[in-house]
Design a protein around this ligand. Structure first.
Ligand code: SF4
Ligand code: SF4
Length: 115
């Protein structure tokens, strides 16, 4: 499963620098695939659409820190456990039951993000 941040987030920012995929952004900040990854040029998102990696995308949340599902690998390939969940003081980085993903899918994403 991908990890997501619930509305219990207190916006402390502790999780953001811990993410190996730069998948975590402050609320209201635009995200891009290229930021913190090795991706350049066209990139196919999980919904099948293709975007330029540098394109700034709309924030997932304007109120709380958020995780970009297309960039989260549950830390597979880097760490034994999700680093955001490990450092969050209020335990609001939790598995998203609507996004169950196999280890194979997560590792493939990691490879796509870090060529
Ligand atoms: S689980 Fe890992 S890859 Fe996913 S957002 Fe948290 S720190 Fe980043
Ligand atoms: S560590 Fe937890 S409380 Fe702090 S910004 Fe991240 S998700 Fe929010």
């Amino acid at each position: 499963m991908a990890i997501f941040i619930t509305d219990e987030c207190i916006n402390c920012g502790a999780c953001e620098p811990e993410c190996p995929n730069n998948a975590i952004y402050e609320g209201g900040v635009e995200w891009s695939i290229a930021e913190g990854t090795g991706v350049q040029g066209d990139y196919e998102l999980e919904d099948g659409s293709v975007t330029d990696a540098e394109t700034e995308q709309s924030p997932v949340s304007d109120e709380f820190y958020y995780i970009v599902p297309d960039k989260c690998t549950e830390c597979k390939g880097f760490h034994e456990e999700p680093q955001c969940a490990a450092v969050c003081p209020v335990d609001c980085c939790v598995p998203d039951p609507d996004r169950e993903e196999t280890e194979e899918v997560l590792l493939e994403r990691k490879d796509r993000l870090h060529l």
